[in-house]
Design a protein around this ligand. Structure first.
Ligand SMILES: Nc1ncnc2c1ncn2[C@@H]1O[C@H](COP(=O)(O)OP(=O)(O)OP(=O)(O)O)[C@@H](O)[C@H]1O
Ligand SMILES: [Mg+2]
Length: 354
């Protein structure tokens, strides 16, 4: 029955879709999409890649900000030089200058050796400052000074260095609102916001859904058993009806789980029910978060938090609380997963005994 009602592309049509993916994927970054909003963003990426000024990438969690930052780098003349990602949330405030600009031997008590900073590592390439909203006031001051003339001194050193580094920053929070709340420097924001790429949430680019599903199922196959799977019409309708607070990352996780639990070649509603119960509670959870929140922004944040928490918990319990294995399963950095586990108060030790 399921096979008859399935609209899974036959091999020829699938080949067409994957050709589409290749066409719309930007170089090796695998950015997939063909909706008007997505194309607009990609046109800006191409345009901005050629210049030196900073780029600020904004968008909800999971919309592809890091992928786009890489696209800016790999489409620029800097592509053969390093792309250095830094998570501003993990830069310790007391060490922020030394992390960014390095330090000389003896610059502070623990500095038994001189060390190069991230700016030096990114020489000739791109420094990607992720979670920019989390940069401490001290870090904001240091970055502003650097952006003014691209010059810096290592901590404890006298020599002034000139850096040939492009800064690309990302934030999933509106930095203008952070400025209004006196939590972010306006002079730094205006420097960073030279070129802006805003990535639309998945629910506003549902035209891309089927292309993304085909791409992400192919990716799931590649990461696991190599067996191609597709999804039937009812499954696609279900995915379309959901509002995806965690955006493409959440879709990717759902499809990876669906791939793993699916006994045959066609993912249907039954598999989605097993691995993504949130799809069946979309109306209820959206309603609940809206009624308990003061604004749409808060409601969205609550929904994202809910999805993130459930996902991290699931990865940790499937790997018996092993953070490194859970991070691999989630396709995240270990430090990011650990930070999320801490953020949501997940008891890793308790999960390891499940
Ligand atoms: N357009 C796209 N095509 C294919 N894959 C995508 C696309 N956008 C995002 N992804 C995938 O979704 C996942 C999340 O993307 P990414 O890490 O770039 O999001 P993000 O905006 O940086 O999220 P966060 O704010 O939570 O850090 C990645 O696995 C990425 O490969
Ligand atoms: Mg990111």
């Amino acid at each position: 029955m399921r096979t008859n009602s399935s609209s899974c592309p036959r091999p020829a049509a699938f080949a067409e879709m994957t050709d589409g993916i290749r066409e719309s994927a930007t170089l090796a970054q695998n950015l997939v999409g063909r909706s008007a909003l997505f194309r607009e963003a990609m046109e800006l990426v191409q345009l901005y890649a050629a210049w030196q000024a900073p780029v600020l990438i904004t968008g909800e969690t999971g919309t592809g900000k890091e992928l786009v930052a890489r696209a800016v780098h790999y489409q620029s003349r800097r592509r053969h030089r390093p792309f250095i990602p830094v998570n501003c949330a993990t830069l310790p405030d007391s060490l922020v200058e030394s992390e960014l600009f390095g330090h000389t031997r003896g610059a502070f008590t623990d500095a038994s050796q001189a060390r190069e900073g991230l700016v030096r590592l990114a020489e000739g390439g791109t420094l990607f400052l992720d979670e920019m909203e989390a940069l401490s006031p001290r870090g904001q001051g240091a970055l502003l000074r650097f952006l003014q003339d691209s010059r810096y001194r290592a901590l404890g050193g006298n020599q002034l260095h000139h850096a040939d580094v492009r800064v690309v920053a990302a934030s999933n929070i509106d930095l203008h609102e952070r400025v209004a709340a006196h939590a972010f420097r306006d002079d730094l924001l205006y420097r960073l916001d030279a070129f802006r790429v805003n990535l639309p949430p998945l629910r506003e680019r549902l035209d891309d859904l089927e292309l993304l599903v085909a791409h992400l199922l192919a990716k799931a196959a590649h990461q696991t058993d190599g067996l191609a799977r597709c999804i039937d019409d009812a499954g696609v309708a279900l995915l379309r009806a959901y509002d995806w607070p965690g955006n493409v990352r959440q879709l990717e996780n759902v499809l990876l789980k669906a791939h793993v639990v699916c006994p045959g070649a066609v993912v249907g509603v039954a598999e989605l029910q097993r691995c993504a119960p949130e799809l069946f509670q979309a109306g209820a959870s959206a309603h609940a978060s809206l009624t308990h929140s003061h604004s749409l922004r808060e409601a969205k944040r609550a929904a994202v938090d809910q999805a993130e928490r459930r996902f991290v918990e699931d990865c940790l319990s499937r790997t018996a609380g092993n953070i490194s294995a859970a991070a691999r399963l989630a396709g995240m950095e270990r430090a990011s997963l650990s930070r999320l586990a801490k953020k949501y108060g997940l008891n890793v030790r308790a999960l390891s005994s499940v």
